[in-house]
Design a protein. Structure first.
Length: 191
């Protein structure tokens, strides 16, 4: 059993990296299933995660396989939040593939189980991913978010991200339109 998991109390998550998750056979086996449940529930509830309809289990499993492979190559980081060995959230960043963009990465997704919202899990995951990016030598960590996702935008600003662009009414969900907001955290400017 992973030592970080033995100390996880109901109110405080264990934030595990990809190596800790994949070295625990039980956690690794349940990762795709648990991540799919979280994403499907959030997207069904209208969460701004890039899908209009919930992704399939296979799509989530394929995505996680890609992230794990990239993380092992030093081109990504995956963090997972567990409470009592139950996945309550996860997030990841991926290094840009273009040779001219290799020093940079995109914070692709932070997803926290709706029942766990407001308990600091998203902040803990994001902070861990920021630390991972700094250790990996990332110069600029970028992200984009839907403009009405005010809680996420407030979280990113509080962790040092700044807005560097906005595309008005760019995201289409049926007849509704939302701004696409671009944020960045520039490690080069930090002391």
């Amino acid at each position: 059993m992973n030592p970080a998991m033995t100390n996880a109390r109901t109110t405080e998550p264990a934030i595990l990296d990809v190596m800790a998750v994949t070295s625990d056979p039980q956690l690794e086996t349940r990762l795709a299933e648990s991540a799919h449940r979280i994403l499907a529930d959030l997207v069904s509830g209208g969460a701004a995660l890039g899908w209009v309809e919930p992704p399939s289990r296979d799509e989530v499993a394929e995505l996680l396989d890609h992230i794990v492979t990239a993380a092992r190559a030093g081109d990504a980081a995956l963090r997972a939040a567990y409470v009592d060995r139950r996945l309550v959230g996860f997030g990841y960043w991926l290094r840009y593939a273009r040779p001219t963009h290799r020093p940079h990465a995109d914070l692709e997704k932070i997803a926290v189980d709706a029942a766990a919202h407001g308990r600091g899990f998203g902040r803990a995951l994001t902070a861990a991913l920021i630390a991972d990016a700094g250790k990996a030598g990332i110069e600029v960590l970028t992200l984009d978010a839907r403009g009405d996702n005010t809680n996420a935008l407030r979280l990113y600003r509080s962790l040092g991200f700044t807005e560097y662009g906005r595309l008005p009414d760019f995201v289409a969900v049926g007849e509704r339109r939302y701004d696409k907001v671009f944020y960045m955290l520039d490690f080069r400017r930090q002391g």
